[in-house]
Design a protein around this ligand. Sequence first.
Ligand code: BGC
Length: 737
Amino acid sequence: MKRLLLLSVLAFSLLGYAQSLPIYLDESKPMEARINDALSRMTLEEKVAMCHAQSKFSSRGVPSLGIPDNWMSDGPHGIRAEVKWDEWNQAGWTNDSCMAFPALTRLAASWNPEMSLLYGKSIGAEARYRNKNVLLGPGVNIYRTPLNGRNFEYLGEDPYLSSRMVIPYIQGVQSNGVAACVKHFALNNQEVDRHEVNVTVSDRALYEIYLPAFKAAVTEGHAWAIMGSYNKYKNQWCCQNQYTLQDILRKEWNFDGVVVSDWGGVNNTMEAATRGLDMEFGTWTNGLTEGYSNAYDNYFLANSFLNLLRTNKLNEDIVNQKVRNILRLCFRTTMNSHRPFGEFASKAHGDAARKIAEDGIVLLQNRGDVLPFNPDKVKKVAVIGENAIRMMTVGGGSSSLKVRYEISPLQGISQRLSGKAEVIYARGYKGELKGGQDGINTDAGLVENRSESELAAEAVKVAKEADAVIFIGGLNKNDHQDCEGVDRESYGLPYGQDALISQLAKVNKNLAVVIISGNAVAMPWVKEVPSIVESWYLGSEAGNAIAATLFGDVNPSGKLPFTFPVRLEDNCANFYGPEAYPGVNKEEKYAEDIFVGYRWNEIKKITPLFAFGHGLSYTKFKYGKLTADHSTMNSDGSITFSIDITNIGSRTGSEVVQLYISDLKCSLPRPVKELKAFDKVSLNPGETKTVHFTINKDALSFFDAAKHAWVAEPGMFKAHAAAASDDVRSSVEFQLK
Ligand code: BGC
């Protein structure tokens, strides 16, 4: 009886509590009702305070309502170290060293959405553990020129591949109650003049090439945040752009998340207030590099915005709309009591980083099956090149990380061969010292007083005496290499690496050249060298993943997410000269239109160095005949293609089977073919699997600018099953009725 009484008292008090809970705190109530309730309790000052930064990476919540501040972090490869409240300098924390995941180019090279999900889940958990509710990434700007210093942060040249890869990343991040902030929207395809350049592009290229990954992120990935870019489109800065933010993002795609500015991307109050931006970050009253304390009151969306609202020059609906979007962010993240607690720099995240790293290494060339090296047969291995010892998680701009650990290629190879073979290291060349970034000095161990010729001579001598030679070079994260804020100055490898590689090839035929980069590079020595590996920036587990691949523990299965042209002028954007890249007087015209990447090579019949989609394996795959389940497709129907893939080699391996579509007759020029589906299949030796691809009218459509609509013209099409864009194995025709 006593117990019953106690229980009823408890039940009544809980009921009472629930009844007294304000609507905005009641998670059983619909989101929009909670937002309206919170909004009705806020002062104008509180609303405006939410719309701009209060520190380098945070903006105010609503303290009077118990709604926490919003905390952002770069992104997109790991959680950036803490900086001081009002400075870019490191805060000097000792518990903020993260796990570094591979660069996004590397993720794209896996062509494996499962890796993308694992990536998103893991990095999202790191953000959550560090109490960030917005991750500034992923980046999905299209790879338009190999000179763009920031390509390593993006997902390659193809709108379909980048769209499929971005969705699981976002879902993974957001499953932690952390918003993914997709960046940089839109047309931020270079770093030169990034704050001023005005891009002119046709509607067709905009919709077919540059927008699809953003659209997929919003409409299928359901991203909770997006970041406007620095550049201009139609002469409006993209953080305050009527066309991209209002007409496309909000109206066409029904985006209900927050639009965040890039750091320092806002340029005036009225436009920022009225053209779709919600939150302003990184503005300096004095440019991006110097700042004064309390600059935050001088932000465009701070006091001057407040004054316009107070004096009724702007209607309160304008700020309410922004605050609604920001509150939605809060309710989805910090105010969600069910979100997990996160996990940081754990063993599980190290394993995930390694798995992702190993799934995307691209074996570009392997003449005479030089790779994999047999760890039981080689007795003396020469490792040559600065990238074997240089830290690659530091530098490159805002994606620079402070990591718990980074296994260098030399460490990874030495550990793999420990007790089996002698590993001799020679640097071979030297890049410039940069001093590191964000307080992390990377120069230790890189100081070198010998001349270039002395270094090269030592490397050649070491190579001559070894059973196997591994050259590890490429680009690095210094300015004018793979680095934010500046583009590369040339397409070739820096620091005399080309000459050195040629010399090494002369003295030892058992040579593997491993390129670490986020961009294509020229390879004038391609015919002299038997094996070439594109390993990308790999994060904390770099050395382990490289060693496992070179010594055959892992069978490479990555494919290129962008074309490697032979010469720079073979690339679409660089073909047309400065008007098309990097622009003249801050005006740039995307003259190649829709013909970007392999679309350009194919329409112009230019043979690439290595094609989009190319990547070899230590085994071989046989493709059967591509068949279609119907010979015609109705415009509201679909069609399924099937093909048998057999592993005819002696090792287990994975193959990325690619499906391209050609429109055989069209009223407008179209690419020779376009990627419309892919699948990565793992096969044991002798095993056969049937791969199925189902497509619908979307895969046949082009963007008709006059109608402002996607159109599929009835007629004949051809589907191609391919191992690379330049390696079609079987095709079949079908008709659209
Ligand atoms: C970059 C963004 C980054 C932001 C914050 C900007 O300079 O363009 O990608 O998220 O800084 O670090």
